[in-house]
Design a protein around this ligand. Structure first.
Ligand code: PMP
Length: 288
């Protein structure tokens, strides 16, 4: 595997960053997780757009232009002969001193890894997954805005550990007010009486690119789509539930906190959206 670091390609064993990089020392940086399907990078423009928004929010001056990020991502796939896979694009604050001050960091570092990902076992896509609500709440907007896709993922990791401790692969994170925000690495949807519902960004959801795509597909299929505040009660009494994310794609949820969702099987609307999503991913995106 060839890894892109600051304009050069390194073999996997030699792809290294400094121990003084603030990305490592403080989680100071931003990232994107992107997928390639059938020789095309899916929603690349949207991912680079979001990278710029995250960088702006943390006052990180990106060292490449939007077009240069697009080109470098596609080129990294090309060099790795990647046609289907997962791309991790990371920008760190760069090498600095042993102190928080980001202005002591010389220049941001850009890392692009083109590899593979399998987030959840195949079986769960077939039968649906069981998830739980965990005690760790999603970050406050006023502390670390969940819209920023930063390298500081401890909030999500703590929730993931709590889910794993409960024997589950994924966690529902509530916000400080008790409304559903999202999962640790995925957005959450429910279907109720034909309506497709997902928490609003103001509840602490990431502006998920898969979330946006699913909302478009649902509207095209004639469903009403809305973003109300949701409570656990709404989830328990939903007809269907599923998660969305670049890595996870669309995965049905059939049990939440011990409550069976709908008839306990992946729902028809979920299956339809999954099929539409896969059809879309297969045929669109930036050619590699
Ligand atoms: N929420 C969180 C916390 C995430 O990290 C992600 C991405 N893995 C998502 C939601 C899904 O976003 P996207 O569809 O853009 O991958």
């Amino acid at each position: 595997m060839k890894v892109f670091i600051d304009g050069k390609y390194f073999d996997e064993w030699n792809a290294k960053v400094s121990v003084f990089d603030h990305g490592l020392l403080y989680g100071d940086g931003v990232f994107e997780g992107i997928r390639a399907y059938n020789g095309r990078v899916f929603k690349l423009k949207e991912h680079i757009d979001r990278l710029f928004y995250s960088a702006k929010a943390i006052l990180l001056n990106l060292p490449l232009s939007h077009a240069e990020f697009m080109r470098a991502t596609v080129e990294t796939c090309r060099r790795n002969k990647l046609r289907d896979g997962y791309i991790r694009l990371v920008v760190t604050r760069g090498v600095g001193t042993l102190g928080l001050n980001p202005s002591r960091c010389k220049s941001p570092s850009v890392i692009i890894i083109a590899g593979k990902i399998q987030l959840y076992p195949k079986e769960m896509y077939l039968r649906g997954m069981e998830i739980v609500t965990v005690p760790t709440t999603r970050n406050l907007h006023s502390a670390l805005n969940p819209a920023i896709k930063s390298l500081n993922y401890l909030n999500n990791i703590l929730a993931k550990i709590e889910a794993n401790n409960a024997g589950c692969e994924e966690a529902i994170m509530l916000n400080a007010e008790g409304f559903v925000a999202e999962c640790t690495g995925d957005n959450l949807f429910i279907v109720k009486a034909g309506k497709v519902l997902t928490p609003p960004l103001s509840a602490g959801a990431l502006y998920g690119i898969t979330r946006g795509t699913v909302m478009d597909l649902a509207r095209e299929a004639g469903h009403e789509v809305a973003e109300p505040n949701l409570t656990r009660y709404d989830l328990f009494n939903a007809d269907e539930c599923f998660l969305s994310g670049t890595g996870a794609e669309i995965i049905p949820v059939t049990k939440i906190d011990g409550r069976v969702i709908g008839d306990g099987k992946p729902g028809l609307v979920t299956r339809k959206l999954e099929n539409q999503y896969h059809a879309l991913t297969n045929g669109s995106g930036e050619p590699i």
